[in-house]
Write a protein that binds this ligand. Sequence first.
Ligand code: XMP
Length: 513
Amino acid sequence: MQANEKIVILDFGSQYTQLIARKIRESGVFAEIYPYNIEKSKIDVIRPKGLILSGGPSSVYAEGAPHPVFNVFELGIPVLGICYGLQYIAHKLGGEVDKAAHREFGRAELIIDKHNLLFKDIPDNSIVWMSHGDSLTKIPDGFEITAHTKNAPICAIRSLEKKIWGVQFHPEVHHSEDGTQILKNFVREICGCKENWDTHSFVENAIEEIKEKVGDKEVICALSGGVDSTVLAVLLHKAIGDKLHCIHIDTGLMRLNESEELIRLFKESFNISIELIDGSEYFLNGLKNVTDPEQKRKIIGKSFIHLFEIAAKRFNNAEWLAQGTLYPDVIESVSVKGPSVVIKTHHNVGGLPEKMGLKLIEPFRELFKDEVRAVGRELGVPEWFVNRHPFPGPGLGIRILGEISVEKIQTLQKADAIYTEEIRKAGMYDKIWQAFVALLPVKSVGVMGDERTYENACVLRAVSSVDGMTADWYPMPYDLLAKVSNRIINEVPGINRVVFDITSKPPGTIEWE
Ligand code: XMP
């Protein structure tokens, strides 16, 4: 049977595994991540054209170190081992790995000893990124050394006969200058994958699949106002037209004019009508006298599901519920699956489909956030919308610390709109991963004109991040901070003090509740 034009990456727990998938997709080939202990029968169904063994934090000798559960070298397809993956190859096939022979972290110059397809178009002395404790001291029989660095005499190996390649460095990280080309060489030159993964073909295939799946039934889509659900709705509408029913619940905790803008965007740009449910009173009633962040999150989640169920009953021909679930949410990867405590209860509609007897449709299960943005652009969703910063499901409810009231919501909406407007004006919006204002339950004394004031403080937050899991506070220019602070205090009654948050994640979180 013919192989599929895709690459499988086995994840041994490296923090960079997702980057391997990203880089390969950027070279036009589809790559998917699976846990290192996937069974052979599953790989037989996927039929990839090549296999990549990722890096990982373990030593191959350590007790409980991750080892695949079948002989991956007998699949008959090219294998590339990266860092731990390379060490696993050596360990398994009769080479030797030494614990602290040549620890190496950071940049190194790659000296190619033997030019080959993996290093096609790679110049000598290319900078590569090393991050390993153990290293190879003896290569397995049948292999040859193809590159070294100053500190790693064995930096890359291959066996043409066995179709196995291995590199000690991380080609997937940005600091490896020619890393993308190396991965591209592996998937295109060595595995022979055709370039067939791009946004345009994704959209075309997704439309066909949705049409086929849905048939003459109907689909419900909960529109939050965020990028993912918006792009999802536009895609579904292209596929099934009026068989799509969009429901937007205005929680009353949205940003300034957000629900109105959403309805207008859909009507004007896409001719899609949305069922708007004004839930603001319902949400506010439920939140009365509640100050605990977790309790707020749970009430908002439950209220959402309650109103959504009522609204969806009207569409009794619907058999499907569409969700904008993304790839990082679904990969069963060892690096993301570890035991973790609940820091925050996330607001989502998980569990709803079973409760309502609906089947799930999730066209973005295989995409990363910026790929969804690219799909949005392909479908004509305007740039300003596609690039919007993430916004949490519980909305302003978790940005008003302590008890929520209509007045506080209005105050925060105004302050937040000013902050966003100034960031956009300064041309910095797209450089920042997320920026917002939170309203603090703290009053302080100030003086305006000759009057004493005693009002609330608000905090400006801005972070850079890749996936929201970790984040750095963003070094906002002083003049921008000054302008925003000035405008908020002058234009927003109820706030007389503005502070800037300089906490990274960890130890902080991005949202304040
Ligand atoms: P934290 O505050 O946990 O947030 O550092 C990480 C990212 O997730 C967003 N966030 C949420 N998104 N539902 C969501 O859809 C939620 O309940 C939720 N809570 C936080 C947050 O805005 C940040 O981008």
